[in-house]
Design a protein around this ligand. Structure first.
Ligand SMILES: [Mn+2]
Length: 495
């Protein structure tokens, strides 16, 4: 198994790509004009993409002999912008955020004579250009696809424009893109170009195999049991069925006293397994979509969660959400101590996930449908976890639930949890296949709802987040129920 199937994907026209690259090079040119004596005030986003961006930029700044001061934030709120403005720095750099807060940065930083660099890929807002502000974003060149480049990808192109030697950081940009769910059985657009750089620098190896999560770390039968992205009928969801399935294929799930991992299988067994899995999925529309490219970080140890780029992205997510951002950044850059801490954080993260799922199941059982904590309308689920789930984990909970079989395709999943300073964090996802998801722009929808209670939203087509005042929760929920019910009616009429 070697060749990776090329997928037909919508990509930017050569003119758009050229235009975007020009803005990257202009940004690098203007960045070089900053005197070396200046300390760069650098802010990045807390998710896997934001931390990957930070790893790339930190390494770049060190190589450029630049002093910097880094903060990782979950959201770039007005409070954060005000705090930053009060600091004595004159040059600010933002990655994987800033586009959605362009107006805020203009008002608080640029208006005070500070120079601002934004390297981002989120949707542009009404305000996107100003004197003294350097704004790099593919959308500004008309590139609308959310799969072509991540925040880390934009950071990487900027880094490479500063110095070609930085092409050895390309693999980190791919981890960021995977974290932002841009990989879909292959990369497209700039991401594909970045993949070529990563292969050329020897950091990444692409193999064709079963696209199962946890192959480096979990026992094989567990990996099959938990294959929720590509379910295997009669196998996924049951540990005993997974073991039985392996035995039927003539693959021993155990070696001695220990469970075997996918990485322990012989080539012959791998073929048997791949064939068996595809046959088991034969009723599915695309039974073989479970086979595709797998990205191996060659310099990481076999059996480590850091070796599979997808697992690495999860590890970064864990670090960001559990306040260990610097461990995640260090792990990207190969620091031993950071690696260990990041791996411990990944274990903690798994506990947090299982705790929040337990909370959800109990809340469902105890109070039933229609209670304050969980509202199950037709096609709309609203979960208000209040203080029971960390605000940084509420998006993960919504994602997991939206992928579970308990929600019919097209169900909107909204989850709320209390954050600091009387704010409530909201996450929005949509259950169902990609084809269902393509019909809605969740960020647009959540923005419409949140703005009616004075809140702020951002994100992507398929995953959106918002922040509102906690006192507005009830009002928000009422508006959301009405708005989403209406959208479902319109959708039914249109389709
Ligand atoms: Mn991003």
């Amino acid at each position: 198994m070697e060749a990776v199937s090329e997928k037909k994907v919508q990509t930017a026209s050569p003119e758009m790509a050229e235009k975007f690259k020009q803005t990257v090079h202009d940004a690098a040119r203007r960045f070089r004009q900053i005197p070396e004596s200046e300390t760069i005030r650098y802010v990045s986003h807390l998710d896997a993409d934001g931390l990957s961006s930070a790893a790339i930029i930190v390494r770049t700044l060190i190589r450029e002999n630049r002093k910097y001061c880094l903060s990782i934030v979950p959201q770039l709120t007005e409070e954060v912008a005000v705090q930053l403005a009060a600091e004595s720095y004159t040059c600010y750099l933002f990655t994987d955020l800033g586009t959605g807060q362009f107006g805020l940065l203009k008002k608080h930083l640029s208006a005070r004579g500070k120079s601002v660099f934004i390297l981002d890929h989120h949707h542009i807002q009404d305000e996107f250009e100003a004197e003294g502000m350097v704004h790099v974003n593919p959308h500004l060149a008309g590139i609308e696809s959310s799969r072509e480049i991540s925040g880390a990808g934009v950071s990487y192109l900027f880094s490479k424009a500063l110095d070609g030697k930085n092409s050895d950081l390309a693999h980190i940009a791919l981890v960021g893109a995977i974290g932002d769910m841009q990989e879909d059985r292959g990369f497209s657009g700039f991401n594909r170009e970045i993949l070529e750089d990563a292969k050329a620098s020897g950091m990444i190896k692409v193999i064709t195999g079963l696209r199962l999560f946890g192959v480096q770390t979990k026992p094989l039968h567990k990996v099959l049991e938990y294959s929720s992205e590509y379910p295997i009928p009669g196998v996924t969801g049951s540990e005993s069925a997974a073991i039985q399935f392996l035995l039927q294929l003539g693959i021993l799930p155990k070696a001695g006293n220990g469970w075997r991992k996918l990485t322990d299988l012989t080539d012959e067994e791998l073929v048997k397994l791949a064939t068996g899995v595809v046959m088991q999925r034969i009723e599915n529309k695309e039974p073989d979509e479970i086979i595709g490219p797998v990205y191996i970080l060659k310099h990481e140890a076999e059996g480590s969660p850091l070796r599979d780029a997808k697992e690495f992205a999860t590890l970064l997510n864990a670090c960001g959400r559990l306040d260990k951002a610097s461990a995640g950044i260090g792990a990207c850059l190969g620091d031993g101590k950071c690696r260990e801490e990041a791996l411990r954080t990944l274990d903690d993260y798994k506990h947090h996930i299982s705790n929040s799922l337990t909370w959800y199941e109990n809340a469902l059982k105890q109070k039933g449908a229609g209670s304050g904590a969980i509202i199950l309308d037709n096609g709309v689920t609203i979960i208000n976890a209040e203080e029971n789930v960390l605000p940084t984990m509420i998006g993960t909970l919504a994602s997991i639930l939206s992928k579970s079989r308990n929600f019919s395709p097209g169900t909107f999943v909204l989850s709320l949890a209390r954050a600091e300073d009387n704010f409530t964090k909201i996450s929005m996802r949509l259950a169902g296949e990609k084809s269902v998801k393509g019909r809605f722009n969740l960020t647009e929808m959540l923005t419409a709802i949140a703005e009616r209670v004075g809140g702020q939203a951002g994100g992507h087509h398929e995953a959106a987040g918002a922040l509102i005042k906690t006192e507005k929760e009830e009002e928000f929920i009422a508006i959301a129920r009405e708005y989403l019910a209406q959208r479902r009616i319109e959708e039914r009429v249109a389709s």
